[in-house]
Write a protein that binds this ligand. Structure first.
Ligand SMILES: [Zn+2]
Length: 166
């Protein structure tokens, strides 16, 4: 885990505790469990102890800092459009060069506006350098897709060439 990952993660958790906080996550997981297994009669603490056995440590943030503003913007939209049940953001990551933000609430569906917004932001990420946030485009670096500006693509390309020589 890189330091800058930890930094943005802590900022998100402090600015949007209802989307990223541990307490919100726990509540959502317990609600989901209650929904899926209405037959189980156990205390919440006992259920939670079992649930966390199956879930890896919660650190769902995996993308570079050039997209931080977009992640914050997406978080504001999610919060704004949440009606009643606020969805938990359970993953923020770079996938095939684009910014994917996955969220769900206890009933596994959320406002259509949120879905549209997350889709739009993903589209926009294909024009935004993941490293610095300036204008970029989708690049193919030895089969690894990443959206980068010219400068960062050049640097990534140099690293690649260097690797190949080594
Ligand atoms: Zn860049």
């Amino acid at each position: 885990m890189r330091d800058k990952d930890t930094e943005i993660w802590e900022i998100l958790r402090s600015d949007y505790p209802e989307l990223y906080g541990d307490e919100a996550y726990k509540n959502m997981m317990l609600k989901q469990y209650a929904h899926a297994r209405p037959d189980v009669v156990k205390g919440e603490d006992e259920i939670w102890a079992e649930l966390i056995k199956w879930n890896p440590p919660r650190f769902p943030f995996r993308c570079d800092t050039g997209w931080n503003n977009m992640v914050r913007f997406a978080s504001s939209i999610i919060r704004f459009h949440s009606r009643g049940t606020i969805p938990i953001v359970f993953q923020v990551k770079q996938k095939l060069g684009g910014l994917r933000i996955y969220a769900h609430n206890d009933i596994k569906e959320y406002d259509a506006n949120i879905q549209r917004a997350l889709h739009s932001i993903e589209e926009l990420s294909f024009f935004t350098c993941e490293v610095c946030g300036l204008v970029g485009e989708l690049r193919d670096i030895d089969g690894y897709l990443q959206t980068l500006c010219n400068d960062h693509f050049e640097k990534a390309d140099k690293c690649r060439t260097h690797r190949h020589k080594g």
